[in-house]
Design a protein around this ligand. Structure first.
Ligand code: 9MR
Length: 423
């Protein structure tokens, strides 16, 4: 065996590690110790240590070093979604490898682990909803209807319906490519949901501390329709949410069960959250935390985040900031969306002027709000390690650049921990 490639790989890895752990660099998880965990969404390149299309081996090594250095909580950006972990029907239809790697990575680095996500209208394979009942006439070839313009999207700088285009939606189960064939019955779909939740949450019992049980069930449009229309809500009915929490609680009674959604900085969407969660609480549904994704943009102010957190806290449940990133792309300032199909539009037009400073100011503002509400907040999770691997890379929304160098926004987040003044 020729030892030379091995030596050069090793020295590259050591160099990458040394670069990432410079002695004088502050550490996010340390400066927020006692307030909340600071987490990050990671992919299989990090958990398996393997180069991929986006990252060379050297870059992956640097990403791993940065994750270990800065964060004490992890979540899989994609590996636990239904389409990934349970692509086919039947007992052998599961694909646990990448999810197991995430759990092993978190455990071996003594990080707490969140599971994302058990029930979602998006990224759910067609077989889950298929059966022998004819779909309602309204469903056949029905695209996602254009959003009602009623909800203001700009002022809050949050996700709103404005960025969604008719016929474009977020995945196999709903929206884009939405399944329109014969459907399962309510009982069949409940049984598939129960089997999925019991198998997945059961497998990681005692290892995954927090589950996103239901993701993005709230409607973006109108004021009266609280829930979005999805194959879950149409086939099962609105109690699909309560059932999912019940099954998750059965599977792992000690797990913290979270409802997770985006756009909660928008007062109208937030009101829908409060309405829905109060109903669940009145029915004694085991819901233990609110996940606020916080895919926001640089217009988001301290006041918006302060108000958002104050109102969510009235539910009496811990708040987890679950998918934090702050879009600097011009296209994301008008209206943003966490829906995958809307993402392209929200990252167009290049960055806003003075993007690094605006990003730093926005991060400092929202972290000051997190600190103000730290009694309510248990976890703050960044949605990606750095700008290069971000789902909205063109929006450069994170605090580390593609070389894992801290941006001014990193210093701003550190400053906010100590109550530093905004400039
Ligand atoms: O960041 C995720 C991206 O890599 C995936 O392609 C996409 C579809 O699975 O999902 C992205 O993450 C979403 C998360 O799971 C739920 N909230 C919105 C996030 C951004 O779309």
């Amino acid at each position: 065996m020729n030892p030379i490639p091995r030596i050069s790989w090793l020295s590259a890895a050591l160099l990458a590690t040394a670069t990432a752990v410079a002695a004088d660099k502050p550490v996010l998880k340390d400066v927020y110790k006692g307030k909340f965990e600071v987490g990050v969404a990671i992919n299989r390149s990090v958990t398996m240590g393997a180069a991929g299309m986006r990252r060379s081996q050297e870059q992956v090594n640097s990403d791993i070093a940065l994750v270990k250095e800065q964060f004490n909580q992890v979540v899989a950006e994609n590996e636990m979604k239904w389409e990934s972990i349970h692509p086919r029907a039947g007992a052998d239809g599961f694909n646990f490898g990448p999810a197991d790697a995430l759990v092993a990575f978190g455990q071996s680095n003594r990080m707490s682990i969140a599971g994302h996500t058990l029930v979602w209208h998006s990224q759910t394979p067609t077989w889950v909803f298929a059966g022998t009942n004819p779909p309602p006439a309204s469903a056949t070839n029905a695209p996602v209807p254009p959003p009602a313009p009623a909800v203001a999207t700009n002022s809050t700088g949050t996700n709103g319906p404005g960025a969604r285009r008719p016929g474009f939606g977020p995945g196999f189960g709903g929206g884009f490519g939405r399944y329109n064939g014969p459907r399962a019955s309510r009982e069949e779909l409940l049984e598939r949901m129960r089997d999925h939740i019991h198998t997945v949450a059961g497998r990681y019992k005692g290892k995954v501390k927090v589950w996103d049980v239901v993701n993005e069930a709230l409607s973006d449009s109108g004021t009266t329709n609280v829930l979005r229309s999805s194959l879950w809500s149409e086939i099962i009915g609105p109690d699909f949410i309560a059932k999912a929490f019940q099954y998750a609680h059965e599977a792992d009674p000690a797990a913290i069960l979270r409802y997770n959604d985006y756009g909660l900085e928008n007062p109208m969407k937030r009101q829908k959250l409060i309405t829905m969660v109060r109903q669940l609480q009145a029915q004694k549904v085991p819901i233990h935390a609110i996940g606020s994704q916080a895919h926001i943009n640089v217009s988001t102010t301290f006041e918006i985040m302060d108000q958002t957190l104050a109102e969510i806290a009235t539910l009496g449940l811990p708040i987890h900031i679950t998918e934090l990133d702050i879009n600097t792309a011009q296209g994301g300032q008008r209206a943003t969306g966490a829906d995958v199909a809307a993402n392209a539009a929200t990252t167009q037009g290049g960055q806003v002027s003075d993007a690094d400073k605006k990003l730093a100011d926005a991060y400092e503002a929202v972290f000051r709000a997190f600190v103000k509400h730290d009694k309510s907040i248990d976890i703050v999770t960044f949605w990606g390690v750095n700008d290069a691997v971000s789902w909205r890379a063109q929006g450069k929304p994170l605090v580390f650049d593609g070389d894992n160098k801290p941006k001014p926004a990193f210093a701003a987040v550190i400053r906010a921990a100590t109550g530093g003044q905004l400039k």
